[in-house]
Design a protein around this ligand. Structure first.
Ligand SMILES: Cc1cc2nc3c(=O)[nH]c(=O)nc-3n(C[C@H](O)[C@H](O)[C@H](O)COP(=O)(O)O)c2cc1C
Length: 419
């Protein structure tokens, strides 16, 4: 983020911010009614440049200092005001739980600028606007950037509220010294954006561990046509693949997805396939140019020997002859360069560890993530990450996002692809 560079003395800060991003992170920016509210349009833009998703909630009074339309345009999301919806919007059936939905999806709630009034309400648990409902309902960290007249900031009550909020675990970016809108000079100015963004990154930033690495991820269930309307497939939902794409992008990797389904996340390159054969062709083409292949796709083991040209007529007993497909990951791993890494996912129901180690050796893999059939379609799974030496990590019921991060942590990628 070169735009955040301010002076040579801040090189340490800039260095750390350059190594972080906020991709895949959801920040709720709560704006209250202080003069500094007008600055938040730029703050939204800076946070978005680091990859964050921004949702904005405003106090009733904040709307006097900054236009919700500007914030809506900059954040590319609906802005929530004092009520649960903007006043000019019709209510819908979900309106009453919007603040809960926001609270649940937040990785961080940033209150900037926070007025003295806001701090007082937070300190007492008053919940008369959406901002306060949300703060009480969320489990995400709360980061507060106060801004106010010096005397208001130094007032005993404000300072008591400040200390109380800190003692219950709320984080602060203290106001800075300088000339204020009221022409007073002293503490009370909204902290500079560098400081706000540094605090945000310290709380939820993701280190760019995979910067410069190219990761190929296959995902989804393949479909093997039987006739023009029927196909053979399996229960893979693609959720583990989505989580891996998101985690790899967040850590700075360049990601190519070879997928049988639409992606909810942006990958740098997306190759849409349907059958085993299309997936094989796409992966054969892409693999030589990547540092890592993570094979999460559930590829059909069998396909019909022939695809019927016309819809097969309904009949009492139908026999379809299937033939075995080729093992794509084994073929690619057999030909991998010494500095390429291949990870496979494998569903096992018994002797998982031994089978995984045997597969690693037989197929020249680097890692296997052992899954159970219960993982299909679920948001959570129980997995073991295994290498040729044995089990590296065992995760009891964990979110697929956490599993994705652990898989990426276990990658041991040599520095350069040599031809
Ligand atoms: C022009 C103007 C500027 C204000 N600036 C601030 C400010 O910077 N900080 C603050 O705490 N209050 C400020 N106030 C007072 C707040 O707007 C007032 O306390 C209000 O009730 C805050 O509402 P809210 O916290 O619900 O947004 C200002 C008021 C006016 C009229």
């Amino acid at each position: 983020m070169k735009s955040l560079r301010r002076s040579a003395s801040q090189d340490d800060l800039v260095f750390r911010i350059d190594k972080m991003n906020l991709k895949g992170k959801t920040i709720i920016l709560a704006i209250t009614g202080g003069i500094a509210a007008y600055k938040t349009v730029q703050l939204v833009s800076d946070l978005k440049k680091l990859g964050a998703q921004l949702h904005i909630v405003m106090s009733k009074n904040a709307g006097k200092f900054v236009a919700s339309l500007s914030l809506e345009v900059m954040s590319e999301n609906k802005v929530y005001s004092s009520g649960l919806l903007r006043q000019d919007e019709p209510r819908n059936d979900d309106a009453d739980i919007d603040h809960i939905k926001l609270a649940d999806k937040a990785d961080l709630v940033l209150i900037a600028p926070a007025t003295a009034n806001c701090m007082a309400k937070l300190a007492t648990g008053i919940s008369d606007e959406i901002i306060y409902d949300l703060v009480l309902a969320t489990k995400a960290p709360i980061l507060i950037a106060p801004a106010m007249n010096t005397n208001m900031w130094q007032h005993t009550v404000t300072q008591q509220n400040y200390r109380k909020l800190k003692s219950i675990g709320y984080h602060f970016i203290d106001p800075e010294h300088g000339e204020l809108a009221c022409k007073h000079v002293g503490h009370g100015r909204l902290a500079e954006f560098d400081s706000i963004i540094e605090s945000v990154c310290n709380l939820i930033g993701v280190e760019q561990k995979l910067a410069g690495k190219k990761i190929l991820i296959s995902l989804g269930a393949t479909r093997e046509k039987i006739d023009p309307v029927r196909f053979l497939t399996n229960q893979s939902s693609g959720k583990m693949g989505f989580a891996l794409i998101e985690a790899a992008l967040a850590q700075g990797a360049q990601v190519t997805a070879v997928t049988t389904m639409d992606l909810p996340h942006r990958a740098d390159k997306v190759v849409r396939v349907e059958s085993h054969e299309q997936m094989q062709d796409a992966l054969r083409q892409e693999f030589p140019d990547h540092d890592v292949l993570i094979m999460v796709a559930a590829v059909a083991d069998y396909k019909p020997k022939a695809i019927a040209a016309q819809k097969i007529k309904t009949q009492q007993n139908l026999t379809v002859e299937f033939e075995q497909t080729t093992d794509i990951v084994a073929e690619l791993a057999a030909g991998k360069k010494s500095n390429q890494v291949v990870v496979a996912f494998s569903v096992e129901t018994e002797n998982a560890l031994e089978k995984a180690q045997d597969k690693i050796k037989r197929k020249n893999l680097d890692l296997i993530v052992v899954n159970s059939p219960a993982a299909f379609g679920a948001d959570e799974a129980e997995v073991s990450i295994v290498d040729a030496e044995g089990e590296l990590t065992k995760l009891t019921k964990s979110s697929k996002s956490l599993i994705a991060k652990k898989v990426l942590d276990c990658l041991n990628i040599p520095s350069k692809i040599v031809g």
